[in-house]
Design a protein around this ligand. Structure first.
Ligand SMILES: [Zn+2]
Ligand SMILES: [Zn+2]
Length: 114
């Protein structure tokens, strides 16, 4: 098998045939590191945009705060989901509330008559 001549890499180094130049190895490592680093972020982004869509759809149908009747801007989980995806996505566990009600003591507000 004839040996192929070395090539001139874009970085200016002469590299033996079939061998990666140091700059390529470095670039690949950086790309992989960046990919690994971005992965959780990308998932978080997808998750939040899915939630934003679902939330907007819910608020389009439930425009009034169930507590005080002000325009609703927040979807509250009646039962705190605490990371439980089933509770989180269960629309029967959702209620439209306004930000003041959501940020206020929503637990005690629940006990008040509507
Ligand atoms: Zn190179
Ligand atoms: Zn309210």
């Amino acid at each position: 098998m004839p040996t192929r001549p070395p090539r001139l890499c874009g970085c200016g180094l002469v590299v033996a045939s079939g061998v990666q130049c140091a700059c390529q190895i470095k670039r690949n490592a950086e790309r992989k590191a960046r990919h690994d680093r971005d992965r959780p972020n990308a998932n978080a982004r997808g998750y939040s945009s899915k939630w934003r869509e679902a939330r907007n759809g819910f608020l389009a149908k439930h425009t009034k705060c169930v507590r005080c009747g002000a325009p609703a801007t927040v979807v509250n989980h009646r039962v705190p989901h605490k990371g439980d995806k089933r509770l989180f996505w269960s629309r029967s566990n959702w209620e439209a509330v306004c930000a003041p009600c959501h940020n206020g003591p929503i637990q005690s507000a629940e006990k008040k008559p509507r």
